[in-house]
Ligand binder design. Sequence first.
Ligand SMILES: [Ca+2]
Ligand SMILES: [Ca+2]
Length: 300
Amino acid sequence: MTNPPAQERRLLDSPRVPALLLLVGVGFWAADFARPQGLLAAGTMVLDADRDGLSDRQERILRTNPDAVDTDGDQISDAEEVARQTDPRDPDSLPGFEPINVGMAACQGEGVLTVTSTIFLRSGNPHGLDVRFGAVLQGRLIPLPTGAILRASRIGILNASEGLLFVVQTPFPGGYVRAMGGLNLYATARDVIGGAVAADALNLVDFSGVTMSIEPVPGGQTGGVIYVPLTSGPDLPVSFNAGLVCWQGTSEVGSNGASSVQEVESAGCEPMDSSCSASDCASSVGTTIQILDPGVLIGG
Ligand SMILES: [Ca+2]
Ligand SMILES: [Ca+2]
């Protein structure tokens, strides 16, 4: 994991400063996108060939087909599978009967970190939906201003296999994760009428200037994580090799407020259709990572 330069680190030592940076950043983007030309610019930048709510760039990171609404052919769109936290590439991975669910994904390009929050609402009544966003800094949950987030975002409302699907794409300045060393974002969604709640979290770190998402290892094994780069192909440094992913063996060594602190005990590139930098991956051994369990956000 790369630490920010000494000067930035001193600045960020104050627990209040990172939260302030984040809020100022969101405000900047909110102001930018509130202008009509900002909306036009955003519209031309975000390519979504199959119009399923996930950008082509995001689909490359999710390894779904950007030209097919339903990559695995199970009659549930890729975006709905992200929201309902099933595998959009496995037709045997099917959702349950939950009234509401939320799933987050992210991608980075052209200096922008785009966070996509997808919300599934079985009732299909948008007036009954309450969505909140936040970040975790130094273990503390910091709610972000919902109005500013939504004004800064591109919002899509799509039909789901049952009910409705909301897709909120929020741009953040791409340097945040590097400046802070790591950033955990979360979203919660509540069905106001039925009372059900759901949450998801994104755990982001920086590897030599590449923003990575820390994700569970495939297959639901415990005691490890994978690092998925949020850029792909030629946007990655030459040290990254395709067909591999940084696979880390971790053990929990404590907690920091809402986050679990885990020490990386082993790390290496393993076969998977992602990308891995062998030297960066190996250098993560001995570092600690902080992972937010979305369950704590909803008392689960
Ligand atoms: Ca798409
Ligand atoms: Ca599907």
